[in-house]
Design a binder for this molecule. Structure first.
Ligand SMILES: [Zn+2]
Length: 388
């Protein structure tokens, strides 16, 4: 079971967790030095000044959209996922700001039924045009498959790669749709804690240079797949929209968002839980990561929450103790994970085999195996045979 001497005394990161080492006092790098960073995690602090500037900008953008309202069919594009945040943002745009957004959804092929159900409920009550793009699912599947079999790093999690490449593709598809309609603003409902890569605005330079991955040159990818990314002609054009994340600057409280979408019947009670609308690919990547690295990407985020609120440490340690063995053995979201593995054409055993081969080459193999052993549920020992 979990050995306290292997876990940071202040947060919940274990010794040997990707890029983490405990010092003589049993504290991890992040707890010893508030400015510590590694490839997987850095604490992003946004200064009040930067926040104010961004909020002023958002107010100007709203003013401009309202002033030009009616001159074009749409004021902005909203990247719409069917989760609570993009639903609440849709409601805010339409009902508070009197704007006409075009809602755009790109189906990865792994959207949950609940997310789709939420969309039906919402679009019955909020009248907006909605574009639902299904054709890209094949490209998403190829992208996932490529990463599951080519991820070969001793430093960073598969989940990080999967999430970044997948969201770059989603963002590209939505931006392309905006360009097709000559719309100047693209909005996404990222919550204020989702600031690891972007705060308030996705810079134009990154939209152009960083979203299209080099791996598209690999032979498995075809023109069909490349067409979802911005073409050279598009990146050179003047009408690349601004891509903004309003919840980074306007008031946001998770519970208020849930109450709002439920009370307006935009989302059924209980369907706003992010665990239900979260993508299943992440659960599969988490299964991979735990078996490969003895930990998961989200642990950094939970550890940061504990640093900010030490009283929560007990709760998170308990969560870790309960969920770790389930994730390791693919018992957490098992059906969804297996469905995903089937779709990329691999069995759980084959994937584990692949993971173990990579782990065998990792210089940190011993520590990783020690951590996996610590988190794995102890098999109940057989009852002793009573002496005759
Ligand atoms: Zn720590």
């Amino acid at each position: 079971m979990i050995q306290p001497e292997n876990i940071c005394g202040k947060c919940i990161l274990p010794n040997g967790f990707l890029g983490v080492h405990l010092n003589d006092q049993g504290l991890c790098n992040f707890c010893t030095d508030p400015d510590h960073k590694n490839i997987n995690w850095s604490r992003t602090e946004i200064s009040q000044e930067r926040r104010n500037t961004a909020l002023e900008d958002w107010n100007l953008v709203v003013e401009r959209m309202q002033r030009d309202h009616g001159k074009q069919p749409y004021d902005c594009v909203l990247g719409y996922s069917g989760g609570k945040d993009s639903t609440a943002l849709l409601d805010h745009l339409v009902n508070d700001l009197n704007l006409t957004p075009l809602a755009v959804t790109s189906d990865t092929g792994f959207m949950t039924e609940i997310a789709k159900d939420n969309m039906r409920d919402t679009l019955e009550r909020i009248e907006v045009d909605h574009i639902f793009i299904e054709d890209a699912a094949k490209t998403f599947t190829k992208l996932y498959k490529w990463h599951f079999f080519h991820h070969n790093s001793n430093e960073t999690f598969l989940a990080r790669y999967i999430c970044d490449y997948c969201s770059d593709l989603i963002h590209s598809i939505v931006v392309k749709e905006a360009m097709k309609h000559r719309i100047n603003y693209v909005l996404f409902g990222y919550s204020p804690d989702q600031i690891f890569r972007y705060f308030y605005e996705m810079p134009r330079d990154e939209v152009i240079k960083e979203w299209k991955p080099e791996l598209l040159d690999e032979p498995v990818f075809e023109d069909f797949d490349r067409r979802w990314y911005l073409t050279d002609e598009e990146t050179e054009s003047e009408n690349i929209p601004r891509v903004l994340l309003p919840y980074h600057v306007i008031p946001y409280r998770e519970q208020d968002i849930i109450d709002l979408v439920e009370s307006k019947n935009l989302i059924k009670k209980g369907h706003a839980d992010p665990l239900l609308t979260n993508c299943n690919v992440v659960h599969a990547a988490t299964f991979y990561d735990f078996n490969r690295y003895g930990g998961i990407l989200y642990a950094y985020q939970y550890a940061e929450l504990v640093r900010q609120n030490p009283e929560a440490r007990k709760k998170w340690l308990r969560t870790l103790k309960i969920s770790a063995p389930l994730i390791l053995e693919n018992k957490f979201k098992q059906r969804e994970v297996n469905q995903f593995l089937e779709q990329i054409g691999v069995t759980q055993e084959e994937l584990l085999d692949h993971i173990h081969k990579q782990l065998a080459q990792d210089p940190n193999k011993e520590t990783i195996e020690l951590n996996i052993g610590m988190f794995r549920k102890k098999k109940r020992s057989k009852p002793a045979i009573p002496a005759q």
